[in-house]
Design a binder for this molecule. Structure first.
Ligand code: ATP
Ligand code: MG
Length: 483
């Protein structure tokens, strides 16, 4: 028994030594032998020409590298494959931001990579990958891809529609091929864990230093292959506060209608990445600039410049609220954002229905909700659990004026979200006779004010105070509450 324990202890020590020397040690002069001339850092090289930026120049601190992603890369290297950290994580580390996740690129095919890890899973059909799980963290391992040539396009690995859209992307290649099929130069940087240098084949490093978003290759062709890249350009410009380079921006206006052909399920995921990752207000500005918002929320986009409804104010306030909550580490709920952004399209439909039919108000709301959501799901899918929540939040707007049923209304699992939308509507200029303040008081247990609108700054203060403690029926994610 003792000898087994000793053996285990020995292995542990060895492992720790291996880890500290291999991963965390500062560079030595020999490790940076692939160094570049300093002048070359900003020089634009022919596409595909390799450049290595040594650690002494890029200066990404080693402690910022994700331990699990490093484990994955070392496992691949030990098995004789190539492996690099790639994409958004390298870009964000260079830009001084916290990476959302760490991705790995490798020469191993998904089928070769999967058995190397204990908790790995093959996923995807259109784009096959391996997900390696460490607790709640997932490291995405993608095999080097190559551009499709005409022979492979008709094969089982790659498929491209007549429009140029890539339908299947499982044509494998080497690291240079992989770099050039990525979307933007700043997303095509590879962190080499063996010498801690960064490999660049597409001028990503000079573009990053110049705060420039540049598509790799011919912009029109790349957008035709995958129209989501146009949305991604807007997203990275907003997130990083970078400029979209001229020839990258130029075809967007003309080609944006192709976004309408992207599968609604993928579009739902994109909307969340665009509007619910902490830069929603800035992203909306970019989307409007390129006239792309209409492919996400056609109903809201049509009314953005309405003189009757405060659509622009409400959409911006909802996004500002979401950005703020994310910056404070609070959770956000897609249903709340959709309910807010589609509130005035709903109101407009209800008013049209009122002119045409005798439906009672609640039924009118249900019918209008059906119509608004039917239009929306053509653009972006909305998983049922969220569409149900959106309807409940809207229905609460109808119920919240019933002060005589306040206690019953507060039992509603969506009460908090409904109340938050009410506050946002008032903040955006709707006159509801001080209903928001009434509910704020009521929740605090204070005697509610009747028909008196508090000053804006007074309401801000009130929202900071904790609401009166109440038993809740649901622990569903809450939006907009400061609790
Ligand atoms: P973030 O994770 O911060 O949203 P990201 O750049 O990491 O940004 P991911 O969607 O995680 O974005 O993709 C990882 C990498 O895969 C990208 O950096 C890019 O190199 C490549 N990539 C992703 N989507 C596309 C695409 N549509 N076309 C070409 N390359 C893509
Ligand atoms: Mg990523």
């Amino acid at each position: 028994m003792e000898s087994i324990l000793l053996l285990l202890f020995g292995f542990g020590l060895l492992g720790a030594f291996y880890w500290t020397t291999r991963v965390k040690n500062p560079p030595t002069s020999t490790e940076t032998s692939s160094s570049v001339e300093p002048a070359q850092e900003t020089e634009i090289l022919p596409l595909g020409q390799r450049r290595a930026i040594p650690e002494s120049i890029h200066q990404i601190p080693r402690h910022a590298l994700d331990d699990n992603a490093m484990r994955v890369v070392y496992r691949l290297l030990d098995a004789g494959y190539e492996g690099y950290l790639v994409g958004g994580c390298v870009r964000d580390l260079l830009a001084g931001k916290n990476p959302k996740d760490f991705d790995v690129a490798t020469s191993a095919t998904p089928e070769q990579a999967e058995p190397l890890f204990n908790r790995a899973r093959l996923i995807g059909r259109r784009f096959k990958l391996v997900h390696v799980r460490f607790g709640r963290e997932v490291i995405e391992v993608a095999t080097f891809r190559a551009a499709h040539d005409s022979e492979q396009n008709s094969g089982e690995h790659g498929r491209q529609a007549a429009s140029g859209m890539i339908l299947r992307d499982n044509v494998y290649g080497n690291i240079e091929d992989d770099a050039l099929r990525r979307d933007f130069s700043i997303n095509a940087l590879y962190y080499n864990v063996s010498d801690h240098s960064i490999l660049d084949f597409a001028n990503g490093y000079p573009d990053l230093l110049a705060k420039r978003i540049r598509i790799i290759g011919d912009a029109s062709e790349r957008y035709r292959e995958d129209p989501v890249r146009m949305l991604r350009a807007a997203r990275f410009a907003a997130k990083l506060d970078f400029e979209i380079e001229e020839s990258t921006a130029a075809p967007i206006h003309q080609l944006a209608p192709l976004i309408g052909k992207v599968a609604p399920a993928r579009m739902f995921d994109e909307v969340l990445k665009l509007l619910q990752t902490g830069h929603g207000v800035a992203t909306l500005r970019q989307l409007v600039r390129f006239d792309m918002f209409k492919y996400l929320l056609p109903g809201a986009d049509r009314m953005l410049n309405s003189e009757i409804y405060a659509v622009e104010a409400l959409v911006n306030n909802a996004l500002r609220n979401t950005d703020r909550r994310l910056s404070q580490g609070k959770n956000v709920n897609p249903a709340f954002l959709f309910a807010a952004m589609l509130w005035y399209p709903l109101v407009e439909r209800m008013e049209k229905l009122a002119k045409r039919s005798e439906l009672p108000p609640l039924q009118r709301l249900h019918e209008a909700a059906n119509q608004v959501l039917a239009e929306q799901i053509k653009a972006t899918a909305i998983p049922r659990r969220f569409s149900t929540m959106i309807r409940e939040i809207w229905e609460l707007q109808h119920r919240l004026p019933r002060k005589d049923r306040a206690d019953q209304i507060m039992e509603n699992p969506r009460f908090r979200a409904g109340y938050d939308l009410l506050l946002l509507r008032e903040e955006s200029g709707e006159d509801l006779g001080g209903l928001g303040a009434w509910w704020t008081d009521y929740q605090r247990g204070a005697k509610p004010r009747m028909h008196s609108e508090p000053r804006a700054e007074e309401r801000q203060d009130e929202r900071k105070r904790p609401p009166r403690r109440r038993r809740r029926r649901s622990s569903a994610p809450r939006q907009g509450s400061d609790s």
